[in-house]
Design a protein around this ligand. Sequence first.
Ligand code: IMP
Ligand code: MG
Length: 178
Amino acid sequence: MDRIRLFDKEFALSINPARIQNAVSKIAEEINRDLTGENPIFLSILNGSFMFTSDLLKKIRMDCQVSFIKFSSYEAISSTRRVKKLIGLDEDIKGRSLVLLEDIIDTGNTIVSVVNELKPMKPKQIKIATLFLKPGTYNGDINPDYVGLEIPNDFIVGYGLDYNQLGRNYEGVYKIIQ
Ligand code: IMP
Ligand code: MG
């Protein structure tokens, strides 16, 4: 499929499934090289990372664990500020090697917030793997250790990524047609 329509927007195929799998394999090889013997915990940041997590883990050749976390936004009762809270982490991560799995890093706000929540729990190390990176817009002060593909600053969907919750189910990645 070369084009898809989601709500009012048209998207054109920009990264085909084979290129995505190559990028996933590259990350897996690097992690296999760097973290063997560490028994790492892969922390997949939902929802966008579910496909990346599934494909990556099939290529990891070491003892490892996987867990899924989510950032939930809610209105704090005592203030009007929107508070983000990390949910879903039930492992004791003290002294453990963590690999955060992100679908895409854009501004970097999400990954910086996740790292800031995890650090006080005293993991041994925190590695960051992102399938896609938009280097044009990234302004976080944390650099990802593993990057699948650097992409231009276009809005994309597919392979887990959504537009208003639609489009996550495609094997390829599609970019918005302006
Ligand atoms: P950041 O916090 O700005 O780095 O953005 C991270 C999150 O925004 C990702 O985990 C995605 O859920 C979402 N996001 C960023 N860029 C895109 C995109 O092009 N398409 C769909 N979702 C995106
Ligand atoms: Mg996401």
